[in-house]
Unconditional design. Structure first.
Length: 126
């Protein structure tokens, strides 16, 4: 099975990548900066595509090229950066999600899994 993980180099995305590797898959990361120390130990086992969720052609190209069976959509901006730059947050979070869903529809991806983040719980959790 082919899995495409948006922001697969992020904190949660990297954990999904590791779980998929343990299941024998070769996950594909789609991220602005897909090469991070967080994935250094598994870099040889992962394909990485650099791209921006806010750029529809980047998302379309990634989905068309990889033809995934599932997209784990984990990309987006957290609360503090979104508060600092609301326009970028709309581009990444709202349009980025639309781009993922539309690319999945256009290329008949059977499943898109969307995750949220720690940001939904607020800043006062420990």
């Amino acid at each position: 099975m082919t899995s495409l993980i948006t922001r697969g180099a992020g904190l949660m995305g990297a954990e999904v990548v590791r779980l998929l590797l343990k299941q024998g898959e070769k996950p594909i990361i789609f991220s602005r900066n897909p090469v991070t120390p967080r994935l250094a130990d598994v870099a040889d086992s992962v394909e990485a595509i650099a791209g921006d969720l806010g750029n529809f052609s980047d998302v379309l190209d990634a989905v068309k090229t990889t033809q995934p069976d599932v997209i784990y959509h984990m990309g987006g901006m957290l609360t503090a950066p979104s508060d600092a730059d609301p326009a970028a947050a709309i581009q990444a979070n709202a349009l980025g999600t639309f781009h993922v869903l539309e690319a999945a529809r256009q290329f008949d991806v059977p499943q898109v899994l969307f995750t949220s983040s720690l940001g939904v719980y607020g800043a006062d959790i420990t």
